[in-house]
Design a protein around this ligand. Structure first.
Ligand code: V47
Length: 384
């Protein structure tokens, strides 16, 4: 086995562990074999975080070497009015209650322009499930953005929003996806997946579409040629089985479609939510989650450590635990800050470059489709 493991590309030091349960997993990783549900559990339950991280890092370096992806993006959250009242969320508010907002279209376009001086390559658009906004509002928002910023990739609307639009407009999910794509949506973010287990969903987000509906919507989007990301919310009431089940179900869809670009574990932030009594995730769990994601999701090209979620400092460490992407400049973040995040609202491009370089990795500015971006003072070009 030692010889086989020494063959792992990028393995700069030998694999050593005192956890016997990791040895057969290490052999599979070296042979590039798929890990089982039980392997996933063994990884979560291993006390040897460094060995788990070593294995994940070997996969990360085999796929990407030292390259670490980031982008210059801007988040836009058009409304926080939401019918869902998810216990996990501090962002959504019921219509007519204090602190609600809904952007007029001009406001959304003006928000998009703020921070544009850094030549943003992506708009990331997600929002609440507003009971009154018609689908046309969202279609006009996207087509208006495309008119004003034709070079910018629009990554918009979670599977949950798309399913809600379909219900309200009495259309099928496929029809809604076709309409948003025709309006200018280029790809979709990975939000709303939470944890697919019905038991957990009934506690943290009982008004949302269920796990199968989320997966079916993603599969339909991929069939139409829209690529998407996939998230997993961890660190609340889920257990190891729920997390492994979530990743295995994503892996199954990915086998069929190949449409997921990135897996993004999201650390639960409890402040101001109905689950505020729960503790925050630990650094150890955050790193283990990145590593197990890298090892289980053998058919995902990228694992994103979203710096807003785990902090810039932990995102840096995660680049040795399986992550190859740290997301982008963001500029203005609302969802986690409403839930107590203490990270900055955004970062400048040069800060992201510094963070990656100081971790001994090589920064690679990407567009949303992971193509190289070359920038000049006030614009950019994408390698094709
Ligand atoms: O779906 C909500 C999560 C997601 C909380 O695709 C919370 O590139 C933690 O999906 N604590 C939205 N998480 C954000 C999201 C995302 C972010 C960055 C990049 C991408 C991408 C996608 O945020 C929601 C939900 O899972 N969320 N409330 C909370 N209290």
């Amino acid at each position: 086995m030692a010889e086989q493991l020494a063959g792992l590309v990028g393995a700069r030091r030998p694999f050593v562990t005192d956890d016997r349960a990791l040895e057969p997993i290490a052999e599979k990783v070296a042979a590039q074999q798929r890990l089982s549900f039980e392997d996933g559990l063994a990884l979560y339950r291993s006390p040897d975080i460094l060995a788990v991280g070593w294995l994940a890092n070997s996969v990360r370096e085999r796929l990407h070497g030292d390259l670490t992806y980031f982008n210059v993006n801007r988040h836009i959250n058009p409304t926080n009015v939401c019918v869902a009242s998810c216990r996990l969320c501090a962002f959504g508010r019921k219509k007519g209650t204090e602190g609600t907002y809904t952007m007029a279209l001009e406001e959304a376009w003006a928000t998009a322009a703020e921070g544009y001086s850094e030549a943003v390559t992506e708009f990331h658009i997600v929002g609440g499930l507003h009971p009154d906004l018609p689908l046309e509002y969202f279609l006009d928002m996207v087509s208006g953005l495309k008119e004003r910023f034709p070079l910018v990739h629009v990554k918009a609307f979670t599977m949950v929003e798309v399913a809600f639009f379909a219900k309200r407009a009495k259309l099928t999910i496929r029809e809604v996806l076709e309409k948003v794509r025709a309006a200018g949506v280029d790809s979709m973010p990975g939000g709303g997946a939470e944890i697919f287990s019905d038991r957990v969903r009934s506690i943290i987000c009982d008004h949302k579409i269920n796990g199968n509906e989320w997966l079916e919507t993603a599969e339909t989007a991929h069939q139409l040629g829209l690529r998407s990301n996939a998230t997993m919310l961890y660190g609340h009431v889920e257990n190891d089985e729920d997390r492994v089940d979530h990743m295995c179900r994503l892996r199954d869809v990915q086998d069929r479609t190949g449409g997921f670009q990135t897996f993004i574990p999201l650390a639960f932030h409890p402040d101001n939510t109905a689950l505020h009594h729960l503790p925050r995730t630990t650094g150890l769990l955050d790193m283990k989650q990145i590593a197990v994601g890298r090892l289980m999701l053998d058919n995902f090209a990228h694992i994103k450590s979203y710096w807003q979620m785990v902090s810039a400092k932990m995102a840096q460490i995660s680049l040795r635990f399986g992550a190859d992407d740290i997301d982008g400049t963001v500029i203005e973040e609302k969802i986690y800050h409403d839930a107590g995040a203490t990270t900055p609202q955004g970062m400048r491009r040069q800060d992201l470059v510094h963070l990656i370089t100081a971790a001994g990795r090589v920064p690679f500015e990407r567009d949303t489709m992971y193509r190289a971006v070359t920038r000049t003072e006030d614009t950019f070009t994408v390698a094709v």
